[in-house]
Design a protein around this ligand. Structure first.
Ligand code: NAP
Length: 248
């Protein structure tokens, strides 16, 4: 066993761990040895059952981030943590001229404000315990590109990258690495509308050099790597996992 590629003895907290990318991340972290606190507004029992069924260690944790401050305040109840993965996110699609303030606020609250408040709580706990830790925030291709009809989502995901960098700078001295993973087009609930639209789906697939949509497991591997001792010197960066989309 290469000790630089194990998470034995680590406790990880993953938001939105009930489905999609978050579920795959929780399972992958557990397979690498971490105990995973699977947080969701919907039940994470299925994720916990998958992990424990494979001989791993996990627990479910209720957390609704629609009110970011109230949600983040619950983090302390999860006990000592070494790893925080901010995965929960929502998207609202509408022409920008018609986009409502309510849709703007809802997306910014979950995708950006909650991410900041969870990072802050996590870092306070880590610093009080002597430092060290890993944060991985889930960004997007729309952290780099504009997209169409998704103004609040694009703003939030650009924000996640800026936030990742400022927190990495501030907390590197305490041994807390802060990175982001930017998924390409991944087959989950989040992209169901795109996959159901034959024109958009064809257009997207035609631009992906890998020739396929991503699977949640593709993203999970990158997140787990960033949590490993092998990634000790990696901080403040964004790792794109997009089948080559951004290289094109
Ligand atoms: P998903 O299947 O829709 O999962 C989103 C997760 O966020 C779900 O667990 C959802 O819980 C949770 N969530 C939403 N609102 C919440 C709230 N108020 N409180 C707590 N949890 C909440 O989508 P996904 O594709 O796996 O997305 C995961 C992350 O990857 C998101 O940050 C997304 O922006 C990002 N991403 C996805 C893609 C893609 O192609 N799929 C691409 C780039 C980035 P519920 O199940 O209860 O709604």
């Amino acid at each position: 066993m290469n000790a630089r590629f194990t998470l034995d003895g680590r406790r990880a907290f993953v938001t939105g761990a009930n489905t999609g990318i978050g579920q795959a991340i929780a399972v992958d972290l557990a397979r690498s040895g971490a105990h995973v606190v699977c947080a969701g507004r919907s039940s994470c029992d299925e994720t916990v059952a998958t992990i424990t069924g494979e001989g791993g260690s996990a627990e479910a944790f209720e957390m609704d981030l629609a009110d970011p401050a109230e949600g983040a305040a619950r983090l302390e109840q999860a006990g000592d943590l070494d790893i925080l993965v901010n995965n929960a996110g929502i998207i609202r699609r509408e022409d920008s001229v018609d986009f409502t303030e309510a849709d703007w606020d809802a997306v910014i609250d979950v995708n950006l404000k909650a991410v900041f408040l969870l990072c802050q709580r996590f870092a306070k706990g880590r610093i009080a315990s002597g430092g060290g830790g890993r944060i991985v925030n889930i960004a997007s291709l729309l952290s780099f590109q504009g997209g169409i009809r998704v103004p609040s989502y694009t703003a939030s995901k650009h924000g996640v990258v800026g936030l990742t960098k400022v927190l990495a700078n501030e907390w590197a001295g305490q041994g807390i690495n802060v990175n982001a993973v930017a998924p390409g087009y991944v087959a989950t609930n989040n992209t169901e509308a795109l996959r159901d639209d034959p024109d958009r789906s064809k257009e997207i697939l035609g631009r992906i050099p890998a020739g396929r949509w991503g699977q949640p497991e593709d993203i999970a591997g990158a997140v787990t790597f960033l949590c490993m001792p092998a990634a000790d010197y990696v901080t403040g960066t964004v790792l794109s996992v997009d089948g080559g989309w951004l290289a094109r």
